[in-house]
Ligand binder design. Structure first.
Ligand code: M6R
Length: 607
C-alpha cells in the first residue's frame, strides 16, 4: 500500500503542492519518497529512502521546477527500501516517469521479455516494468494515453498508476485496477491521488476512477475511458464534505474500522505473493528437524492457528511459542537443525527479535513473516515473506491477523505438496477455497456488521466474557479475547472449549456471556456438548456459526452467520471478522478509543 499523487497547476510550481500532499498521504507508507516533474520538456526526479521529512531535509522536495508533477510515498513489497527502488521509476531514456500503488504479479515474465528487447532495469521493483512497457508501445507511434492503455493491459495484479512523459508534457495519464484512484478538480489545477485526503485542502470535487478505467488529466480537463476497449465514460465530480481528519480515515470514524474493512483487499494482495518466495521458505521448513513459530500478541495467535494448519495439511509438527518465553522454554534445545519462523507485523518487536538473536547465535535457520520490508526481522532472516497488508495504524492488529493467516496457509499448502501426504484433490480444493476468502470476508462485512453493532449495544455493560473454540478455533477464540480486552477494557477469558470444564466453568452464573466459535467441522459434536454445559448453568450464549446451522441457532441466545462450506484449516480468517467488529463496537459503546488503547504502543520495542 503506497500513496500516489499527481498535479497539473494552471500556474506556478507543482512541487511544493506535491510535497504537502505526500505528507497527507504518509499514513499509506513511509519507507521511501519521490517526486518527478516536467519543466521545459525535461524530466526532473528526486527520490530517496526514508521518511518524507528526512528525505526533504536532504533533497528539498519542494524545489523542483514545473507545473506538472507526480509524487509517491512507498510501502515496500518488491525490493527493499532504497533510493533506486523508490518511485518514480523511469524508462531507459528517462522520458517517462511512473508512480504506482499495487502489486504486478507477472512482472518477472514481462521484465525478461523486455530485457530480451534490450531494456535495462535499474531497480528490484515490480513497478519498473511499467515505464519500459510504455516506452515500447510509444515506439509504435501511439499517443501517450494509448501507449499506457496498451501497457496496462499486459499487467496482472493490482495497480493505480500515474504517468508523465516529455513526449506529451501537458498531461498526466492514470489507470486503475483494484488499487484506489481518484481525481480532484480544483480552481487552480487538476489532481490525481490514491486517496481523497491528498487533495482535500485543494478541492472537494472528486471523481472516483473505477476498476478498469484510464483517465487523462490535461490542464483543467479530465477524460475517462475503459481500458478494455477505449470507450469513453462520462462521470461528473462529486462534492466531498469530509473534514481532513475524516478523510484520512476515508470516512470511517476510526482507523481500526477502516482497517477491518480493508481486509478483502489485503487478502487479495496476500494471494499475489511470488511463488518463488514461498518456495524458498517451504524448502527450509521441509528440511528442518524442529520448527518453531515465534511471535507475540496477535502474531502469536496466527502462529498458533498455523500450527494446526501445518499439522493437518502438511502433517508437519511445529511449535508455536510466545516470543518472550522462547529462550526459557526452548532455548537450550535450539541448534543448527532448528528452524525459527518469526512472525511480526512490525518486524521490530523486541521479544521476537531477542528470540531470533538467541537462535541465530546457535546457527538455527531464521525465517521471517512481516509487514515491513526493511525492518530488523527482514535483515536478520535468511529468507522472509511479506504479509502485504500496508501500514496498520490502529494499535489493535486486525488486517495483520488475517493476512498472516493467509500467507501461513499458503506456506502450509506448499509444504504439503512437497511432502505428498494429502491428495492433490484436497490441495486443489483448499487452494480454491483460499482464493474465495476475500469475497467471503467482504460478504461477512456487508451482511453482519449491523447485527454485530446491536449485539455490542446489548452486551456493552457485561463485566467479563468467555471465548471458547475447539481445534483451530481455539486460536480464533484467543485472538477475539485479545481484541475485546485491549480496546474495550473488558476482562475476558479464552480457552480451548474442552478445558473450560477443568476450572473456568466455575465462573459461570446466569447471564454470563460466552462466545462460541463453532464452524461445522470435526469438533462439532464436542463443541455442542460444551454449549449445553454452559447453557445449563445459565450462560448467555453468542455463537459464530455457519449459515443454515439451525440446530445451533435453536439453543443459543444470539448468533452471527458465516457463509457455509469453509475448510476447517482456513476458518479462522472468516470467523475472526465478526469478533473484530464486536470488539470495535464494544469499545465505541464503552466510550473508549479503539485506535489508541491506554498503556499500549503499536510496536513494542522493549523486552
Ligand atoms: O509487530 P508484531 O506483530 O510483532 O506485534 C506483536 C504484538 O505486539 C501485537 O500483535 C499486539 O499484541 C497488538 N496490540 C494486538 O492487537
Amino acid at each position: 500500500m503506497c500513496g500516489i499523487f499527481g498535479c497539473i497547476l494552471k500556474n506556478g510550481v507543482a512541487a511544493p503542492i506535491v510535497h504537502a500532499a505526500l505528507k497527507r498521504l504518509e499514513y499509506r507508507g513511509y519507507d521511501s519518497v519521490g517526486e518527478a516533474a516536467i519543466y521545459k520538456n525535461k524530466l526532473f526526479i528526486k527520490k530517496d529512502q526514508g521518511k518524507i521529512d528526512d528525505v526533504h531535509a536532504v533533497h528539498n522536495l519542494a524545489n523542483i521546477p514545473g507545473r506538472i508533477a507526480l509524487g509517491h510515498t512507498r510501502w515496500a513489497t518488491h525490493g527493499a527500501p532504497s533510493q533506486v527502488n523508490a518511485h518514480p521509476h523511469m524508462d531507459c531514456h528517462k522520458q517517462i516517469a511512473v508512480v504506482h500503488n499495487g502489486i504486478i504479479e507477472n512482472f518477472a515474465e514481462i521484465q525478461r521479455e523486455l530485457e530480451e528487447l534490450g531494456h535495462v532495469f535499474r531497480s528490484k521493483t515490480d513497478t519498473e516494468v511499467i515505464p519500459h512497457l510504455i516506452e515500447e508501445e510509444l515506439k509504435d507511434g501511439l499517443p501517450l494515453s494509448e501507449a499506457v492503455r496498451e501497457a496496462v493491459k499486459r499487467l496482472e495484479g493490482s495497480y493505480a498508476v500515474a504517468i508523465i512523459s516529455v513526449r506529451e508534457p501537458n498531461k498526466i495519464v492514470c489507470a486503475r485496477k483494484e488499487s484506489p484512484l481518484v481525481a480532484g478538480v480544483g480552481e487552480h489545477g487538476i489532481y490525481c491521488a490514491s486517496d481523497i485526503p491528498a487533495f482535500l485542502p485543494l478541492t472537494n470535487k472528486a471523481v472516483i476512477i473505477e476498476d478498469g478505467e484510464i483517465v487523462v488529466l490535461a490542464d483543467d480537463r479530465y477524460e475517462i475511458r475503459r481500458i478494455s476497449d477505449g470507450n469513453p465514460v462520462l462521470r461528473e465530480p462529486e462534492v466531498i464534505d469530509w473534514t481532513p481528519e475524516m478523510a484520512e480515515k476515508q470516512g470511517y470514524p476510526h482507523f481500526m474500522l477502516k482497517e477491518i474493512h480493508e481486509q478483502p483487499l489485503c487478502l487479495r494482495n496476500t494471494l499475489r505473493l511470488q511463488e518463488q518466495y514461498l518456495d524458498l521458505m517451504a524448502t527450509f521448513l521441509e528440511r528442518a528437524t524442529e520448527v518453531y513459530f515465534v511471535a507475540a500478541g496477535t502474531s502469536y495467535h496466527a502462529c498458533l492457528a498455523a500450527s494446526y494448519m501445518f499439522s493437518k495439511v502438511a502433517l508437519l509438527a511445529t511449535h508455536p511459542v510466545i516470543a518472550s518465553e522462547f529462550i526459557e522454554q526452548h532455548g537450550k534445545a535450539v541448534n543448527i537443525d532448528s528452524t525459527i519462523l518469526a512472525v511480526s507485523q512490525s518486524g521490530e518487536t523486541a521479544d521476537t527479535l531477542a528470540a531470533v538473536e538467541w537462535a541465530r547465535q546457535r546457527a538455527a535457520t531464521i525465517l521471517g513473516l512481516t509487514n515491513v520490508v526493511g525492518s530488523t526481522l527482514t535483515r536478520v532472516a535468511r529468507a522472509y515473506v511479506c504479509q502485504q497488508s500496508g501500514p496498520e495504524i490502529g494499535v489493535a492488529a486486525t488486517k495483520t491477523f488475517t493476512s498472516q493467516l493467509s500467507v501461513l496457509s499458503q506456506l502450509a499448502l506448499n509444504v504439503a505438496k512437497r511432502r505428498g501426504k494429502i491428495s492433490h484433490t484436497q490441495i486443489e480444493d483448499l487452494e480454491e477455497k483460499l482464493q474465495q476468502i476475500p469475497d467471503i470476508v467482504a460478504t461477512i462485512l456487508e451482511t453482519q456488521e449491523a447485527k454485530i453493532r446491536q449485539l455490542a449495544e446489548k452486551y456493552k455493560d457485561k463485566q467479563c466474557f468467555f471465548f471458547l473454540g475447539r481445534g483451530i478455533s481455539s486460536a480464533t477464540a484467543l485472538e477475539s479475547r485479545l481484541k475485546l480486552l485491549e480496546i474495550a477494557y473488558v476482562p475476558s477469558i479464552a480457552y480451548p472449549a474442552g478445558e473450560s470444564k477443568h476450572g473456568p466453568i466455575s465462573l459461570i452464573e446466569p447471564g454470563f456471556p460466552v462466545v462460541f466459535i463453532c464452524p461445522k467441522d470435526e469438533t462439532r459434536k464436542t463443541i455442542m456438548g460444551n454449549i449445553m454445559e454452559m447453557k445449563a448453568r445459565g450462560a448467555s450464549i453468542i455463537a459464530i456459526l455457519e449459515e443454515g446451522d439451525e440446530e445451533t441457532k435453536k439453543i443459543v441466545d444470539d448468533y452471527i452467520e458465516i457463509p457455509t462450506g469453509f475448510p476447517e484449516v482456513l476458518s479462522p480468517i472468516p470467523y475472526v471478522i465478526p469478533l473484530q467488529l464486536f470488539a470495535y463496537y464494544m469499545s465505541v459503546e464503552r466510550n473508549c478509543d479503539p485506535d489508541m488503547p491506554r498503556n499500549l504502543a503499536k510496536s513494542v520495542t522493549v523486552k
